[in-house]
Design a protein around this ligand. Structure first.
Ligand SMILES: Nc1ncnc2c1ncn2[C@@H]1O[C@H](COP(=O)(O)OP(=O)(O)O)[C@@H](O)[C@H]1O
Ligand SMILES: [Mg+2]
Length: 417
């Protein structure tokens, strides 16, 4: 049954052609039986437009109405073919604007009134019979056809609206997925940059030192080699966390083998939070690892001092990682751009609602040659922005370079963390 219905839907012209033929048969048969030859062109005038009703609803309706009016004027009596006008009124209401279809309805009602006037004139019928006939035979069917068509139009508009909304939702979802992917890529790029820039540059410095001390001071050379292997191992561990995040994004069902470390790399990042805990294959650095970082930096030849002001607050994982990375990259920059004699000073200040960082050096500052791609400072700003914070970086008035950051700690989170 539904197959037949589908087939009919796919061939609307054929369906309308058959409909027109059936109606025309009714009109022509009446004409032949009553020997009213004028009924033949009148029948064709109202039924042929049915074939084109869907493609040209207004044109088809207008043609049939013209034929019907000619029929009334010529005094040709109504026939079953006139049902075509009702079908065309329905189509007009279903496929065109309401204004057009109301106009069509009015024309139909006027036409039927004229026809009824003529009938009453010709035959003597009582007024009540006439009114009954008028409403049953003419006005009623016209109204019904119009109401059916109009509700059809309403339903179609409703479904079109639903479809449009579904399409829009799908587009929105795609766009959001793309934004989340871009944010995730940026985040991974930041992590990679900071891990690689810091650890590899420490290893290079240590390797240079080891090469230098090899002949003269084997003990120092051994120390440097130990520092290189420790740094390399740390870099590997951090990279593994990053790869763990990537892998668990590819395959959400995979379970992480090791318990969560002190800082989930995933915290706060769009589209990744579902991997929290699962991706933590190794501890992710936070403020707790700051001492190790400073030791490592000192071992790589940069003098660093550190001071903490205020009551240390437990930080949310993401904020702690951001703070660690900002300090790490600032120190890497001092080693890289500040010149061989530069010293750095790290200051952490806990206020009631934020962690404020300042990494200051007395290096070359604005005089440093700028050859970097600038991913480090950009990454710091992005990291801070992710947690509603800010970063300012630039050369200082009287020499050196300073990076300051403010990372808000929501009071609720600060107490809950
Ligand atoms: N401590 C610093 N001393 C002098 N210049 C710096 C310092 N930190 C950053 N800069 C300048 O800012 C630029 C951008 O730094 P960054 O974004 O970390 O990129 P990169 O370190 O790859 O060059 C550097 O190229 C350098 O010119
Ligand atoms: Mg840098």
């Amino acid at each position: 049954m539904s197959a037949l219905y589908a087939w009919l839907r796919r061939h609307p012209r054929l369906v309308d052609g058959v409909l027109a033929a059936v109606l025309a048969f009714g009109g022509l048969a009446t004409g032949l039986v009553l020997r009213q030859w004028l009924l033949i062109p009148a029948t064709l005038g109202v039924t042929v437009p049915v074939i084109f009703r869907r493609a040209h609803p207004a044109g088809a309706f207008g043609t049939a109405i013209a034929a019907g009016a000619a029929q009334v004027v010529a005094g040709i009596r109504p026939s079953p073919a006139d049902i075509a006008i009702l079908i065309l009124l329905y189509t007009l209401a279903a496929y065109t604007t309401r204004r057009q279809s109301v106009l069509g309805l009015a024309v139909c009602l006027l036409g039927s009134a004229a026809e009824l006037g003529r009938i009453r004139h010709a035959a003597t019928i009582s007024l009540t019979d006439w009114l009954l006939m008028a409403s049953i035979l003419f006005a009623g069917p016209c109204l019904i056809a119009w109401v059916l068509g109009d509700s059809m139009r309403y339903r179609r508009a409703y479904y079109a609206n639903l479809e449009e909304r579904a399409a829009r939702l799908e587009r929105d979802r795609d766009a959001q997925a793309r934004i989340a992917t871009a944010a995730e890529r940026a985040r991974i790029a930041r992590e990679l940059h900071d891990v690689v820039a810091h650890n590899v540059s420490v290893m290079v410095v240590q390797a240079d030192g080891a090469a230098y001390a090899l002949g003269t001071d084997p003990g120092r050379a051994r120390e440097a080699l130990a520092a290189i292997s420790a740094t390399g191992r740390q870099a590997l561990a951090e990279m593994r966390v990053l790869l763990g995040v990537l892998r668990s994004n590819d395959d959400i069902g995979e379970a992480g083998p090791v318990a969560a470390g002190p800082g989930g790399v995933t915290a706060g990042s769009a589209g990744v939070s579902q991997t929290a805990g699962r991706a933590a294959l190794a501890p992710v650095p936070g403020i707790g690892q700051l001492d190790d970082l400073l030791d490592q930096t000192r071992a790589a030849g940069l003098q660093v001092s550190c001071a903490v002001e205020g009551e240390p607050l437990p930080l949310p994982d993401g904020t702690a990682l951001a703070a660690y990375r900002i300090i790490q990259e600032s120190l890497t920059n001092t080693r890289k751009h500040g010149g061989p004699w530069a010293r750095a000073c790290v200051l952490l200040r806990y206020t009631t609602d934020a962690l404020e960082l300042a990494v200051t050096d007395n290096g070359l500052g604005g005089a440093a040659a700028s050859d970097g791609a600038g991913h480090g400072l950009t990454g710091m700003r992005e990291r801070a922005a992710m947690y509603g914070g800010t970063v300012h970086a630039g050369p200082r008035m009287n020499g050196g370079f300073q990076v300051t950051a403010r990372l808000p700690i929501a009071p609720a989170r600060a107490s809950a963390a």
